[in-house]
Design a protein around this ligand. Structure first.
Ligand code: HEC
Ligand code: HEC
Length: 361
């Protein structure tokens, strides 16, 4: 019995050691085998959070980024590709950049941009810069975010004229290079959906900024950055009893993010009622979003209808007290500025153009 037991004991020890050695060998082999077994596509690396950096003069704490669309390099790269993508228009002739031209402060030098087939609308293309600092988009603020805004032009018959977003999705899906870009931007499935398209475009748009203008450098202490005329113009711009411009073109981005009627287009028989079409509030008749004045020397013509061709014309318009109408903002009054003061104001406006940068530039 004893010998049998000891024999059995020996066997058990031997069996156990063999088991452990095998187990160890298998684990090592298993580990070694696992590495090449994981193809890269199945385990995409998490998209890299994008750290925004801003040129001098812009308030980084004022950015508006929705919590469900954090900025990542991959989304921005895809959004940039889409912003310049003509496939987003029916006849593949128009991209976002056709009307938001980088050299013109992401605006258009035409009074009304031409969409597919040369069709035109009734509003001027706004400078799509520093949009990261605003929630509401369009002259009347009808889009509550850049995400909401981005799909508008694609289906607008006067702009990119796509019959439906399904066609857009189909077109992008048939291009394998887009599948990989969407996968990188929206892991793991990389769904090519209108929602993801909008998120990517919005992320890219948030990188388009203008700062470091002569005004910013002057404000930061470089007293030679602005001419004396521009410095006089700045005082007029700020002085309540002179230009009184800052009351609306407020803060670092020169806008109160609000809607005001200054009388533009109100002489027309059927004027564009602007914000009123969105809210139906009486006080909003003929009110439009106060635009940023950054880069303004490069974004002519001016106003929601492109009716003013030069900065001199804009200042002359304000000097007359805008255009009188029932809903004119009480902040708009005849200014009685001398010719010299008007020219100084123009010089100040010119000092608001600085460096326009965007992702990859
Ligand atoms: C055919 C010309 C045209 C095309 C193409 C076009 N836009 Fe625009 N964009 C405009 C006009 C005109 C407005 C002003 C419309 C309004 O306010 O009602 C505008 C407004 C905007 C605004 C609002 C800016 C602000 O200050 O409120 C953004 C942002 C914008 N477009 C981005 C885009 C993107 C992104 C695309 C491509 C998906 C695009 N646009 C395609 C002409 C165009
Ligand atoms: C009551 C608010 C208000 C005041 C005061 C005001 N603005 Fe404006 N500004 C606006 C609004 C709103 C628009 C757009 C109006 C439209 O298109 O209908 C605008 C448009 C402009 C534009 C055209 C920008 C573009 O991209 O088309 C310039 C330039 C400008 N203002 C400069 C000035 C100057 C200079 C003064 C002072 C003399 C001034 N503003 C005073 C609200 C104001």
């Amino acid at each position: 019995m004893r010998s049998v037991y000891s024999l059995r004991g020996f066997n058990i020890r031997l069996a156990l050691s063999i088991f452990f050695v095998c187990a160890l060998a298998l684990t090592i082999a298993g580990c070694a085998r696992k590495e090449p077994e994981q193809p890269k596509e199945e385990a995409p690396k998490a998209p890299a959070p994008y750290v925004m950096s801003f040129p001098l003069g812009l308030a980084a704490e004022s950015v508006v980024v929705p919590p469900d669309n954090p900025m990542t390099e991959e989304k921005i790269k895809l959004g940039k590709r889409l912003f310049f993508e003509k496939k987003l228009s029916t006849d593949q002739s128009i991209s976002c950049a056709s009307c938001h031209i980088p050299e013109h402060g992401f605006s258009d030098s035409r009074q009304f941009s031409a969409g597919v087939g040369g069709k035109t609308g009734t509003r001027q293309s706004p400078a799509a810069i520093n949009r990261v600092f605003s929630a509401a988009q369009f002259w009347d603020g009808r889009a509550k975010s850049l995400e909401e805004q981005a799909l508008g032009p694609v289906q607008n018959p006067l702009e990119m004229a796509m019959p439906s977003m399904d066609v857009v999705v189909e077109r992008l899906t048939s291009d394998p290079s887009y599948s990989s870009d969407f996968k990188a931007a929206f892991p793991p499935d990389g769904a090519i959906t209108p929602g993801n398209l909008a998120k990517a475009i919005a992320s890219f748009e948030r990188t388009i900024v203008s700062g470091k203008s002569p005004f910013d450098r002057f404000t930061a202490g470089d007293k030679t950055a602005m001419s004396e005329a521009a410095q006089r113009g700045m005082k007029i711009f700020r002085d309540e009893k002179k230009g009184n411009c800052e009351t609306c073109h407020a803060s670092f981005n020169f806008t109160d993010e609000n809607y005001n009627n200054i009388g533009v287009g109100m002489a027309a028989k059927k004027p564009d009622l602007g914000r009123y079409e969105v809210t139906k509030l009486e006080g909003h008749q003929g009110a439009f979003k106060t635009p940023t004045l950054r880069e303004v020397a490069n974004t002519a013509p001016y106003m929601h209808d492109g009716s003013e061709k030069t900065l001199e014309e804009v200042v002359a318009f304000y000097n007359k007290g805008g255009y009188r109408n029932k809903w004119l903002s009480p902040k708009i009054k005849p200014l009685k500025l001398t010719k010299q003061e008007q020219q100084d104001l123009v010089e100040f406006l010119k000092a608001l153009s600085g460096e326009v940068t965007w992702y990859g530039k």
